[in-house]
Design a protein around this ligand. Structure first.
Ligand SMILES: Nc1ncnc2c1ncn2[C@@H]1O[C@H](COP(=O)(O)OP(=O)(O)OP(=O)(O)O)[C@@H](O)[C@H]1O
Ligand SMILES: [Mg+2]
Length: 304
């Protein structure tokens, strides 16, 4: 399975097969914590302790076939990213399956087509109520078939006209999150002991809508990053207190999601190459033009 959407579909189908009348799907992306979590909750018949114990066994199923792969495959996808899966279940309270992933892990599967997943769930099970919450950092989108059902006076959700309307609503909702994200001011931190570099970065980036903070010291930069979240850091390599490579290593260790761009002077190109190997996004050479700075920052934002 290539996309997490397909795993979500599988787990939600387990819920429906277990007689659930309500299934809630919650996806949360938290860049600061480098965490993606997917939680699927149902009010179905739940599982007894024995079933729960055997859930991760691919040859365990209660559906009269050879394998039961839904949960083991989701667990595998999560663990490949150093994440994990938890399942809580009881006959009284139904089931909660929660999978966590390291958001920026190289092996993390993409979410894929969430709208299609939700639409096939709704289309195939129009009597089940589906709740969907998607949270991306501070922005979120909520959807529930319950709200739609209220307005429909008994018209089934899988009637083609209704189904298309729901699909549009979901598409629009997810797009809105993307738009909101794009509008939020991106924060850039510039670390360079030369005042001219700090000032020119500010002059170029601020009119383009970036919020720019500057500092001449690496240790000060790390302190600033503890206080607030930055999207991009531009750092010099040679500085009197803390070396640029050390700053880079520390940033990548603590905030792997921040894009770091190296500013190099004469004679430090080989160090810049080393920096790329340590996880820097790219480097620019001094002296640079306003376009150089702007282009690399834009690219770094887009490639995140
Ligand atoms: N939400 C749930 N409520 C009640 N029982 C569940 C739930 N999810 C899973 N189970 C139980 O756990 C078993 C294993 O689930 P899993 O998704 O791994 O495999 P499966 O559904 O049996 O087969 P597959 O997913 O490969 O079609 C199921 O057969 C079912 O007994
Ligand atoms: Mg299954």
């Amino acid at each position: 399975m290539e996309d997490l959407s397909l795993h979500i579909l599988d787990i939600a189908l387990n819920s429906i097969e277990a007689g659930a009348t309500e299934v809630s799907i919650r996806i949360e992306e938290d860049r600061e914590k480098n965490l993606l979590s997917i939680t699927i909750r149902d009010n179905g018949r739940g599982m007894d302790k024995d079933t729960l114990k055997r859930l991760l066994d691919p040859f365990f199923t209660t559906k009269g076939k050879k394998t039961g792969l839904g949960i083991p495959l989701l667990a595998q996808a999560a663990r490949e990213t150093e994440g994990d899966i938890t399942v809580e279940s009881s006959p009284e309270n139904g089931t909660v399956v929660k999978a966590t992933f390291a958001l920026n892990h190289i092996d993390r599967k993409p979410l894929g087509d969430l709208v299609s997943t939700l639409m096939s769930l709704i289309g195939g099970n129009p009597e089940v109520d589906i709740t969907f919450e998607y949270r991306k950092d501070k922005n979120s989108y909520n959807f529930s078939t319950k709200n739609i059902r209220k307005e429909l006076n008994g018209i089934p959700l899988n009637l083609p006209e209704v189904w298309h309307l729901i699909r549009e609503e979901l598409r629009e909702g997810l797009k809105k999150i993307k738009r909101k994200e794009a509008k939020m001011k991106k924060k850039v931190l510039v670390i360079d002991d030369e005042a001219i570099v700090r000032v020119s970065c500010q002059r170029v980036l601020e009119p383009e809508g970036y919020e720019v903070k500057v500092t001449s010291r690496g240790d000060e930069a790390l302190r600033l990053m503890e206080e607030e979240k930055y999207d991009i850091v531009l750092t010099d390599l040679k500085m009197p207190d803390m070396d640029g490579l050390e700053v880079l290593k520390e940033i990548k260790r603590r905030w792997p999601d921040i894009q770091v761009i190296i500013i190099t002077g004469y004679g430090t190109i080989s160090t810049a190459v080393q920096a790329i190997k340590l996880g820097a996004y790219d480097y620019i050479e001094k002296p640079f033009t306003p376009e150089d700075i702007l282009n690399v920052v834009k690219r770094a934002m887009e490639d995140r």
